[in-house]
Design a protein around this ligand. Structure first.
Ligand code: NI
Length: 235
């Protein structure tokens, strides 16, 4: 069956937002979500700082509403972990966007991480559609300013990237990431959403994807800068 169209986005205070994800509850964290669904691309590669990353499917189509494409995306995340590009602390795959909390390792740049985790799911999805549902491809056609056309799985640009500098910041974002499907009304409890790290954190079972628990600074000394916390753990 061909994928369906995305639900209509609403306009709230001049911003395009997803469904009711943002509109329901107002908290500092939700204000963050409003800014993250804006087109932002501010990227700082500072070693030892974690990143909260968000990116969307092209035209916010629900291209990640299928186990097939979700698994392609998780496989790409796994590849990035295997290549020691980053430690993964939290993820959620929503129907039309993704949130991640990760720590780039060594000199790895966020732009390289994004290439690794976005390219192969995109290629696989477009290839699959060509063979199985070509009638859907026109929706993925991007007409670039230079006149070129091609098919896009992800929204143009890098998405939203925020540096996380304190232990508190990181734990807040992890909770926020896991809470996405609950805020959206897709599940009652975060652990019930298969496509996030919520259950892995709660149960210790790395399904469907391993998370890198060992490197996450614990919930003590919340105001400690991440850098100090990480150094201390590696002592
Ligand atoms: Ni979200």
């Amino acid at each position: 069956m061909a994928p369906r169209m995305a639900p209509q986005s609403k306009t709230l205070i001049g911003l395009r937002v997803f469904d009711a994800e943002i509109a329901i509850v107002r908290s500092p964290v939700d204000n963050l979500d409003m800014s993250l669904h804006r087109k932002t691309c501010r990227r700082y590669d500072i070693p030892g700082e974690a990143h909260f990353l968000t990116f969307s499917c092209f035209r916010r189509l629900p291209l990640l509403n299928y186990d097939r494409s979700r698994n392609w995306f998780l496989a790409a995340l796994r590849l990035g972990q295997e290549q020691s590009q980053f430690d993964l602390w939290a993820y959620v795959v929503m129907p039309e966007h993704v949130h991640l909390v990760l720590l780039p390792l060594g000199e790895t740049k966020v732009s390289n991480i994004l290439s690794t985790i976005k390219q192969s799911p995109s290629k696989q999805a477009i290839c699959w559609l060509r063979q199985n549902a070509p009638e859907y491809l026109p929706q993925l056609q991007d007409h670039q300013p230079n006149g070129k056309q091609h098919h896009r799985f992800w929204q143009r640009g890098g998405g939203y990237d925020r540096n996380l500098r304190s232990v508190r910041d990181i734990h807040e974002k992890i909770a926020y990431v896991h809470d996405n499907p609950v805020r959206r009304g897709m599940v009652e409890q975060a652990v019930a959403w298969r496509w996030s790290s919520a259950a892995a954190w709660q149960t210790g079972v790395d399904e469907p994807l391993a998370i890198n628990r060992a490197s996450l600074p614990p919930l003590t000394n919340l105001d400690e800068p991440l850098h100090g916390a990480l150094m201390r753990r590696y002592d």
